[in-house]
Design a protein around this ligand. Structure first.
Ligand SMILES: Cc1cc2nc3c(=O)[nH]c(=O)nc-3n(C[C@H](O)[C@H](O)[C@H](O)COP(=O)(O)O)c2cc1C
Length: 139
């Protein structure tokens, strides 16, 4: 079984609190550790942008569960690729909050200063998360 990376974007259904995010991160820490899935989750109150890395079987299993989650909608797959090695090996699920999605970072990887992952390529999203990962604590 070989490694894959999956990146998707989605929008929130209802306003999300810090507590709601913590619930997702707690579930991610438990399940992703068990599945040996690693990755990164960005959230700016409107959009989720998530990267999942792991075995094809585990990433697909988790993605199917995430697709059914009623807390988000408009889920678009941006990237799915086979890997030689992980880029986010140190994070069961690293969290990038709104405060880190600065105008400078958005402008570097997209056409505008706002966080608009729906209008970004999968490659731009990956590179943005790689830059942001340098400032995210490992979990
Ligand atoms: C944007 C988003 C990202 C999520 N990411 C993960 C994840 O990385 N790992 C995970 O186990 N659950 C994740 N979830 C939650 C799952 O959809 C699901 O609710 C959870 O895994 C169920 O956990 P439980 O079986 O312990 O109730 C995410 C949910 C949302 C809305």
């Amino acid at each position: 079984m070989f490694l894959v990376r999956l990146i998707y974007v989605s929008t929130v259904v209802q306003p999300f609190s810090e507590n709601d995010i913590q619930q997702i991160l707690t579930a991610a820490q438990t399940h992703n550790t068990r599945l040996n899935v690693t990755g990164m989750l960005c959230f700016n109150t409107e959009y989720f942008l998530q990267c999942l890395e792991g075995s094809r079987e585990s990433v697909n299993e988790l993605y199917k569960k995430i697709l059914k989650d009623p807390r988000h909608q408009n889920i678009y797959l941006l990237k799915y690729e086979e890997l030689h090695q992980r880029k986010f090996a140190n994070w069961a699920m690293g969290y990038v909050p709104k405060v880190k999605l600065t105008e400078a970072v958005n402008l570097k990887y997209s056409c505008c200063r706002e966080f608009t992952p729906m209008e970004m390529s999968g490659e731009s999203c990956l590179n943005m998360m790689l830059e942001l990962a340098e400032t995210v604590p490992t979990i």
